[in-house]
Design a protein around this ligand. Sequence first.
Ligand SMILES: Cc1cc2nc3c(=O)[nH]c(=O)nc-3n(C[C@H](O)[C@H](O)[C@H](O)COP(=O)(O)O)c2cc1C
Length: 279
Amino acid sequence: MIKTIDIQSGETAGLYQYLSAAVTPRPIAFVSTIDSEGNENLSPFSFFNVFSVNPPILVFSPVRRVRNNTSKHTLDNVHQVKECVISLVTEEIAQQVSLASCDFDKETNEFEKAGFTEIKSDLIIPSRIKESPINFECKVNEVITLGEEGGAGSLVLCEVLKMHIDESVLDENNAIDPFKLNIVSRLGANWYGKTNKDSLYEIAKPISRMGMGIDNLPEEIRKSVILTGNELAILASAENIPAKKEFTPIDKKNTEEKHILAKELLSQGKAEDAWQILL
Ligand SMILES: Cc1cc2nc3c(=O)[nH]c(=O)nc-3n(C[C@H](O)[C@H](O)[C@H](O)COP(=O)(O)O)c2cc1C
């Protein structure tokens, strides 16, 4: 059974929960802004991502409060001073970030409330956050208002002017190492995701190579009742059907036995060995 929600016929009850719990995991922008009177603000936004590299554009979306249709201070601030620092949220600071999301009044400095250390930015007025390993100094190019009702988002288009990366999160090639970064993501309700050795895995997809595709797998493999779509996709990521190397006692096994063995090998990351069993 599939549950459908027909938004066009006005069925919006629970929509926030469904949207925010479905579109997951989301990265979190921890945004530092300042208003025209010099009041500083820090707030997290998980309606956030990178949308362009040249120019480098990050976008986050403060949503109008559903309960009273008021706007967030962050949004008011970027209208007044068109600059912000976007920092990324690691497990080490996730509780402090959550604390900073309380609806403090606009005179409250969330750096102090949530225990963060300010660092003066090089190019803009809002401060960066010492405790975050990645800070982007941005100018706000545009704010796109998506509606006037409670729940309406505003897309804040931020152009990165300068990026600061703590070298402790870099590997030996100066690339960001996800194991060292320890970033957290936002899911539905109060759920957060960790990014560590237990949750990370690789999907090898060399761009120099074109996978043959599941449609080109031999029918006996493609129609397997044992191998899943994921497992077929690993096999179909090979450019061609590999040549059989040597005949072994395994070749005497029946199709089902071969598929079970191939499945086991695929789970161990041994795609070439799996192919040899299946050929
Ligand atoms: C992890 C996290 C992510 C959040 N993401 C959003 C978001 O994407 N949009 C939004 O409007 N509010 C979001 N919130 C709630 C705001 O952070 C919260 O309303 C905050 O108080 C706004 O502060 P301000 O009024 O000082 O800007 C999030 C809260 C947390 C803890």
